[in-house]
Write a protein that binds this ligand. Structure first.
Ligand code: KE4
Length: 429
């Protein structure tokens, strides 16, 4: 029952590449017609045919409090009355920067941009500008948005779509992006040894959530800190997903490891387009207009987007129970899914860190990109389709995460688990 989505997708493909404005939404990894969504509320979304789903994509992370949260909606409605955009400084930009600095350890200054991609692109330019070095180290299967330097062995839908190394990235750019293996410190040190005094930074997802979900092994993040200090390189935590999700202070608080530059997106916009990169005053004052690293943006710090982000961050800052709630629900969900897999004789690994969960259709544990890559992508596609039929809306690709929000009720989780049990049984018996 997706007639309206089929019609809309046919129209969309005539005017939008692949019928979408972001590749993962085209459902190519799962081979069915993408559902066109018309509205969302709390833990639920509705498609153009009126079908209601329990939503575990949550707009890929921003909707940590659920959709259409009245506090955020009212803040936006109020802000809109004062106009949409000025291209001038506003008090609200100062308010949200002060709040972020209060919530996140180890940052003294914030620069707002319009997306996670822009935050990462700018953070890399800052690292290169400060160190005078050109090379960067990323991890295979990690995704940091679509700036040229990051589209080398990228994860998420770059990998799912079969183009982890995008066309159009100049060889001259790609050669400066070195790739290591996640959870493998030896592979990192080796790159530094092969490129002495040339590496500006290491950029890492503190929890890899674009290869499915793969957490850092004990000592991995600490080891990156040590290597960067020894080699004179900067450590960038890309917290576009983990920021304000793993804890109020994100991964730096959750794992107790200090990054030199931290990038944010998603949650800090409350559903509106916002990204940010943050660091010490000493580092950040290298950015124009104080310093020689240039970055700018017409809609950076947009007053309506700031209102949405400020409302969401204020709520998270004053309601720490959100973090215990979403982590507890995800922990129970993962344990119940593991039990369901066992009972169905299904070779499925369930990884979970904080409120991030991901199933991998393999009998082997998944603690690295190569492990994630061994999972059965066809099984994931079948799992996705069967869960969608049961009114459960998951990431339409294996190399993504399941996001648990504060809006998911016990009844939602119970309904989801019933569907998981049925689908695992169907897939494996
Ligand atoms: P955006 O430019 O999409 O706002 O952020 C890029 C980005 C940067 N860093 C990390 C760790 C990210 O996960 C992302 C974007 N995440 C994907 C989901 N895996 C966005 C969904 C999409 O591409 O449509």
């Amino acid at each position: 029952m997706e007639q309206k989505s089929v019609e809309l997708f046919d129209r969309a493909k005539k005017v939008l590449p692949g019928g979408v404005n972001s590749p993962v939404r085209a459902y190519r990894a799962v081979g069915i017609t993408p559902r066109f969504i018309t509205r969302a509320d709390g833990a639920y979304i509705w498609d153009a045919d009126g079908q209601k789903y329990i939503d575990y994509v949550c707009s890929w992370g921003p909707m940590i409090l659920g959709h259409n949260n009245p506090i955020i909606r009212e803040a936006v409605e109020k802000a809109i009355m004062d106009g949409l955009s000025y291209g001038a400084p506003t008090e609200r930009e100062v308010d949200i920067a002060e709040l972020m600095i209060q919530m996140v350890p180890n940052i003294e200054m914030v620069r707002m941009v319009n997306s996670g991609t822009e935050a990462v692109m700018s953070a890399l330019r800052l690292a290169r500008g400060v160190t005078g070095r050109d090379k960067i180290i990323k991890f295979e299967g990690c995704y940091h948005g679509h700036s040229d330097s990051m589209l080398v062995k990228a994860g998420s839908s770059a990998m799912a779509g079969g183009c982890p190394n995008s066309a159009g990235v100049p060889v001259g750019t790609a050669k400066d992006t070195l790739t290591a293996q996640y959870n493998d410190l030896v592979s990192v040190q080796q790159l530094f040894d092969e490129n002495p005094n040339q590496v500006a930074c290491v950029i890492v997802e503190a929890v890899a959530a674009n290869m499915g979900v793969v957490g850092p092994q004990p000592g991995f993040l600490e080891g990156l800190r040590t290597i960067c200090d020894k080699e004179g390189a900067l450590l960038i935590f890309d917290e576009v997903i983990t920021g304000f999700r793993l804890a109020k202070g994100g991964a730096q608080e959750y794992f107790g490891v200090r990054a030199d530059i931290t990038t944010f997106g998603k949650i800090i916009g409350g559903g509106m387009p916002v990204g940010a990169y943050c660091g010490s005053r000493e580092l950040m004052e290298h950015i124009a207009p104080c310093g020689s690293v240039y970055q700018a943006g017409t809609l950076a710090g947009n007053p309506v987007a700031m209102a949405a982000g400020l409302a969401q961050l204020n709520y998270l800052n004053t309601h720490p129970e959100v973090y215990t709630d979403i982590t507890d629900k995800a922990t129970r969900m993962a344990a119940d899914m593991r039990k369901a897999a066992e009972e169905a004789g299904a070779g499925v690994q369930i990884n979970q860190v904080g409120s991030l969960v991901a199933p991998f259709f393999t009998s082997d544990s998944v603690e690295s990109f190569s492990g994630a890559n061994r999972s059965d992508l066809k099984k994931y596609a079948a799992y996705f389709g069967k869960m969608l039929e049961r009114g459960i809306y998951l990431a339409p690709a294996q190399f993504e995460a399941m996001f648990i929000s504060h809006a998911h009720s016990e009844e939602d989780l119970a309904r989801t688990l019933i569907a998981v049990k049925e689908v695992f049984t169907e897939l494996y018996q």
